[in-house]
Design a protein around this ligand. Structure first.
Ligand SMILES: [Fe+2]
Length: 281
């Protein structure tokens, strides 16, 4: 696997400009106070219990720590990263799922990210899929960094967690559309996974059609600004499934609002790590 940098894309350059305007400039004008206040927000541990008749009996009661959207970079540095990793470790989950946007923009300086993620351990393993931000700079470097850290990166593929008769975990790479997510899910080569990891919640459409009992996603950040008392009334306009648990027939989707941010403000939408206990109905 080569680490030669691909040419910087238009998307990368646009994201860099957006980052400078929405994040670095206000932070500089406030002499760092905006960022300091932003990262002082406690990370909430969101405990969720749900069930499905399609969930394998052998894994009844499994607890999954769901971490997403770290956006390691300007707004989430080493100290905040260590807080998030410590919080995940404290949960002592059976399985850890990381659903993309590990980095905000640059992958060059991501070594400390992987040093921290290497501390994550779970009996059934630690699984990763990539998000759209991981594709902005150098996705192959992200994949290599995660694999070298001992994490299982799933790029439109599946694996058994916990041995030959283990939990069937599938993971798809970033795709923007419902159709694209469905295509990636087909590439996984399994009729019905037990657990699907997909950065984009739009993957749930295909997952529901297949009866996948649990899909875990991120991407939306819950809009970062939500109405008090109802976090689904938020600033996400490009998605229907924006935050929390959705259940339909025997399928479940959890959309975490994530730990990191695009801009240094979260209102009624705290950074979170979800812990999902999955039961067989
Ligand atoms: Fe994100």
């Amino acid at each position: 696997m080569t680490s030669t940098r691909p040419p910087r894309s238009l998307r990368f350059r646009a994201a860099n400009v957006r980052n400078a305007i929405l994040t670095k400039l206000p932070d500089a004008l406030s002499l760092g106070r905006i960022k300091a206040r932003h990262v002082a927000q406690p990370i909430v541990i969101e405990e969720v219990v749900t069930a499905s008749a399609n969930w394998p009996q052998a894994f009844n009661g499994v607890r999954i720590a769901h971490l997403s959207d770290l956006h390691y970079g300007h707004l989430l540095g080493q100290e905040r990263l260590a807080q998030a990793v410590d919080a995940v470790r404290a949960v002592r989950a059976d399985l850890i799922a990381i659903t993309g946007d590990l980095v905000d923009l640059h992958s060059d300086d991501a070594a400390p990210l992987f040093e921290q993620l290497a501390l994550l351990r779970a009996p059934l393993g630690v699984f990763v899929v990539l998000g759209n931000h991981d594709h902005l700079d150098h996705p192959r470097r992200i994949i290599k960094g995660a694999r070298d850290a001992g994490l299982t990166v799933l790029m439109d593929e599946s694996t058994r967690a916990g041995g030959r008769d283990g939990l069937l975990v599938a993971g798809i790479d970033w795709s923007k559309s419902i159709t694209g997510c469905a295509q990636r899910l087909r590439r996984c080569g399994v009729a019905r996974a037990d657990l699907l990891l997909a950065h984009n919640p739009k993957a749930y459409v295909a997952a529901h059609e297949r009866g996948v009992p649990l899909t875990l996603s991120g991407h939306t950040h819950g809009g970062q600004l939500a109405r008090k008392g109802n976090r689904r009334h938020n600033l996400v306009f490009s998605q229907r499934l924006t935050a929390g648990l959705y259940r339909h027939d025997e399928t479940n989707l959890y959309v975490t609002t994530g730990v990191g941010a695009w801009f240094p403000l979260r209102v009624n939408c705290p950074p979170e790590i979800a812990v999902i206990e999955m039961q067989t109905r």
